[in-house]
Structure formats: C-alpha cells, structure tokens
Design a protein around this ligand. Sequence first.
Ligand code: SAH
Length: 246
Amino acid sequence: MLDQIRIVLVNTHHPGNIGAAARAMKNMGLTRLYLVSPRDYPSVEASRRASSAIDVLDNAVVVDTLAEALQGCSLVAGTTARLRNIQWPQVDSRECGELLVNESAQHEVALVFGRERTGLQNEELEQCQYLVNIPTSEAYSSLNVASAVQVLSYEIFMASRSEAAQPSTEVKDEIDLPATADQLEGMYDHFFTTMNDLNFFGDRNPEQVMRRLRCLFGRSRMSTREVQILRGLLSATKGNKLKSRS
Ligand code: SAH
C-alpha cells in the first residue's frame, strides 16, 4: 500500500530539505518522491542529508508542474501550516495518515508539500481534495518542510500498521474507481470553456465559480464513469448550440 503513496515537494529551495525529506520517508517505508521544479537539484547537499536514503533520491521523479506530479492519482491532499479560510475539507495529520492508507489500497494517492517560505499557492491547493494541518502550538505553526514530511510519513506508517486500517476489498471496474487528478483537471477545463462559450459567467467572478465547482466535485469523489457522463453532457451543449444557431 505504501508504494501507492507519492510524496510531492513543490519548488523546494534548499536541497538539504529534499535530502532530509527522502530520509524521513525511507525511515517510514515510503519510497515515491516527486520533485516539482526544485530550485537547486541534483545537489551534493541533498545527497548528504539523505544519508542511507540515497535510493529514494535516485528514484525521485523531477517534473515541471504539480499537475504532472499528480497524474494518475485519485486522491490528493495538500499540507498547510495555516488553516485557510476556505470551504475545503480539512483533516489533521492523524486523520490524513488513515485516509491515505485506506485510499492507497485501491489507487494512487499523493501528499503535497509547499515552499519553505510561502507554502502552497491557492491554485495548487485547489488541485487537492483535502487540506492537511499538523496541529502545533499557536505561537508558531510553521514546521520546517522536511520535519512536516517526517510527521506525516510517521502517521502514514502508523496507520498502515494499525488494525483499524481496513482497506476496502470490494472489486470494481476501473471506470467505477475514483477519477484521477488529470481526469478531474480535464473536466474542470471542459466546464470552464463550456461556461465561457455559453456566456455563463457574465458578472460572476470565473475564478470564484470554478473554485466552488472544484469544492463541490472534490467532496463528491466522482468516478471516471461519472466524469465521462458530465463531460458528455458538456459536449452535448455544444451540439445544441450549433443546432439552435442553424
Ligand atoms: N508560511 C508558509 C509556511 C511554509 S512551511 C505557510 O503558511 O504555508 C513549508 C511547508 O511545510 C508547508 O507548505 C507545508 O507543506 C509544510 N508544513 C509546515 N508546517 C505545517 C503544519 N503545521 N501542518 C502541515 N504542513 C506544514
């Protein structure tokens, strides 16, 4: 199950943090590291801090965008030091461990970490279905990014050992499994262009409307089949428009 869990570090500035994150992962049985546009990598400092987890670094996948790192994942959780004032499902580190372990029995999942200074941007958090917060003292809520990887890797490891982790054994057709991040992004793009073509936005703020739709669909955990139905519906509006014009 742990093989199905990706740890994604976005735009990490200090290579030492990448090495320390790799080590934290390996200690807890995680191996799949994704690096989105790291500032200084590969680096001697990263390798030094990884110590005996050099294999995790060697196998790390380096990509340009978060969307690439999330391709094929059906559940994405994004970590944040501040609980943001947005209507998004939020879990703490312990709940996150259980959630990811349970979900990873059936499909790939990802846990995303932000930049050292500024964390994850809103448009990155919007690609996540859950926000994850590690509870801390109110006086200082921001952990070093590799320390945050350590805490969450530990929670994942403990959840994977727990008897409470009861992954569903129900066998489903692939099309009835939760849609992947790329399928959802494709659907959101389709919604946006269709709504735009229909002049739906008018006085509305398109970004806000799209954020609300993401929130709605994120909560409902759509399957691939359901995404296909909605996209079929969106495509049908195009046919109708053409028909009514002709
Ligand atoms: N000022 C930034 C802090 C970034 S800390 C912010 O408010 O988001 C760098 C990264 O470490 C964060 O993006 C997150 O991935 C992780 N992190 C730090 N503290 C955390 C906490 N309390 N809970 C969850 N993740 C945390």
